[in-house]
Design a protein around this ligand. Sequence first.
Ligand code: SF4
Length: 401
Amino acid sequence: MPTYSHSQLSTYETCPYQYKLAYIQKIKIDIEGIEAFMGSRVHDALEKLYRDLKLIKLNTLEELLAFYHQSWEKHWNGTIQIVRKEYSPEDYRRLGEKCITDYYNRYSPFDQGRTLGLEETIYFPLEEEKGYWIRGVIDRLALLNHSILEIHDYKTSSRLPTQRDVQSDRQLAFYQMGVEGKWKDIQEIKLVWHYLVFDAEIQSLRTPDELRQLRQETMDLIRKIESDRDFTPRESPLCDWCDYQSLCPKRRHRIVAESLPPNEYLQEEGVTLINRYVELKEKKGILIGEMDAEIARVEEALFAYAQREELEAIYGSGHVAKIKVEVKEKYPLKGDPQRRALDEFIKNAGKWMEVSDLNPWMLARILERGGWPPSLAQKVREFSTVEKNRTITLSKLKERD
Ligand code: SF4
């Protein structure tokens, strides 16, 4: 039975190539980022807090932090990676400690509801035919006043989403679908995010219509994933945290080159070729600049000569230059504040179709990003032809810490 999870779908949305490696080829990479490591340790501590509470044992903050530090020591290993080199493991450890302390002080004595489940697995069909299933794990499920079910999720990310962001969050909405109908007399299901780094709680409710729409959007996304044949790598700032950089065509060479000792690094074929290429491009840029300046000087002299001698053609040994001076009307380009007013004016005059034009580049970009419904995109694609372009795009490497 095809089964998807929120993180699996998010991986595809972030980078289809990473998705292919992780979920189709099922390649396991034995490294973990420190952010994920710290998040797991904080989750362990909060799980212990509520698990013990089920047995009427309230841990003191000191006991909980002692557990956190023990768990940190026990799980720490050499494969944990720190991308932001300006921070040390101790910085992350202290941040985790602060998350737990703030949470503890905010909710102690933890009597806001009765915990029904911790690390609760959900598994439910996405559509009536039960062809696709969703699975997930709820951090904590709580019951309030015998009628309100709360789905709690702990986040240790360093970005605080807006209310609008969480309103369209898929993960907890999936959890809601997974628990709906499981208990009698539930009148409301509340989604609760704890952004621990900010000591912030954000809540949201979902209507049946919103959940129906989410099911539809998720099915569309699954169809897109299942019809993808290319799984094109999509570079983004998140690449620095990607476990698959050493297998990715966009990052592999960087990883290989950076792992070489300095004397071998400069001998490496790719590094040598790029350095030579940059040198030639820079030289070319300088030469072109000099030539352009020289050409501009000669052109000026030609215009001045033609004007002085009242000529429209000037003859050299093997060439003739026709000199033409004309005055052309210029209209505001896109981005010019006047442009919008001009567009409106032409539209109101009923002449828009005479001057508007399809932008094939924009069209290809929209289709590539999946911006139009698949059936429409498919029909539009019937007008396209395939052309292979070879390009080399140079960009300066950012300074790495
Ligand atoms: S490094 Fe970036 S582009 Fe490559 S697989 Fe990972 S996320 Fe995708």
